[in-house]
Ligand binder design. Sequence first.
Ligand code: SAH
Length: 357
Amino acid sequence: MNTEIKSLTLPELQAALTELGQPAFRAKQVYTWLHRGVRSFDEMTDLPKALRQELAGRYLLTAPEVLRRQSSALDGTVKYLWQLHDGNCVETVLMRYHHGNTVCISSEVGCPMGCAFCASTIGGLVRKLSAGEMLDEVLFTERDSGQEISNIVLMGIGEPLDNYDNVCRFLELVNSEAGMNIGMRHISLSTCGIVPRILELAESRLQLTLSVSLHAPDDETRSRIMPVNRRWPVEELLEACRVYYEKTGRRISFEYAMIRDVNDSPEAARLLLKRLRGLPAHVNLIPLNNVEESPLMPSDRATVLRFQKQLEDQGVACTVRRTLGSDIDASCGQLRRKYRNANPAQERPTRSAEDKL
Ligand code: SAH
């Protein structure tokens, strides 16, 4: 299959175009067009026609189609279901916050990690997204909505650190001055806790925000709801977080989905406090979103607030995440799941959580 041109960095594109005998300024021209979200080489109107044809013959130019677009009447959240060039689909969510427009992007089609509460993982992993396809989610959300994007969270479908190389490449692309130029401090990456990759990311010293999906402070509970914990248990994960903080100076954000009678007791809060001691952290409590296929239930509001108070009383920053887009299936994997259930022949998983761990 042809190389995806949008996954190339500017220096790589420069090398490729030099090889085609093109003058030095061409690469920047092409790169700029690509990062503006053109759908075909013919839209690159200041390029010679012969070059446009040559590029079209050599490279794949990805441009996803909107399969579904759902807008929340409550808060302006927009959820996109994109159809990729091979028929697979992924979701992107556009959220409007006072600090700017944020897109939540997917990093894989499906997910191999097998978390018990998550709709994205039900069919396993289909494939990883390329760097260009992740960039497309940002670009085409901006283009379709007409809203300038200032923040990115890698919290959609998939496990970003299971697709490490492509995610790093995506970060380089979206951060590049000739591209969308979105600052690292405006980007968050969420992981279920793949320890070696957290350590690798720490070495890169990128100034992005690392979010760790903790969801339970003890191995027994965490292994039950997150199979990844059987491979890298809580202590090891938190040790990697400490290293991450030391290397990058960035406070870690911990996600904690409140699940009724599973992880929401005062003892759980106490153990969480103990485990986080000495680690600059911010805890984000997320009321669990109901997933049809799962028996897990959200904690009630009073329990969530009591848990929050328990952490705050001990000096740990803790917020309860506002639920955006609750009227449009906006949480992780729900829309794709619905679409797949209605169109079962579309995708085939290649790997399950068990193969992976
Ligand atoms: N794979 C990455 C990023 C994707 S999920 C990760 O695990 O962090 C983004 C966040 O949503 C994670 O914290 C995930 O655990 C959480 N999540 C998934 N399903 C959820 C649900 N039904 N209710 C609440 N949070 C959920």
